[in-house]
Design a protein around this ligand. Sequence first.
Ligand code: FE2
Ligand code: FE2
Length: 164
Amino acid sequence: MADEERGDRAYLQPPYRIPPRDRDEILAGLNLDLMWEYAAMIQYIQHASMLTGPEYVAVIEEELQHAQDEHEHSVILTDLIQYLGGIPTVQVAERATSLENATMIAQDLQAEYEAIGRYLTRIQQLEAVGLYDSAQKIRNIVVVEQNHAIDLEKALGIRRAGQP
Ligand SMILES: [Fe+2]
Ligand SMILES: [Fe+2]
């Protein structure tokens, strides 16, 4: 009798094996990313409501779109964490706000820079254990975060990343 007829699924072997220590490290990192995605979504919603003045009308629209994007990223991360055997967190990272328009935008840009840095680390960790498909999902998120950063740099009058 074939293994599958006996209900023996030992033959079902995925093409990768993740050492438990690496898996734990990746899951901890992804849950950290998730906490910051939740926080970014909240921060953008709040900032979009607080930004004021005719020159900020376009920025308000962008920030509301960013909030939707961070929501999408949160869903991608929760699915990935669950798939890798973890439990997605419900903890929310720190939010920053201000009564000054430019300060709020700078807070949002700082958060984007930090998110990009975390995701670059996550891509390296995922690729190191052969999870190229998961790494690709994170790459797709980074492309969006980089565009968020560009939007905010332009809103602040920064012409090139890292230069005033
Ligand atoms: Fe995001
Ligand atoms: Fe973002």
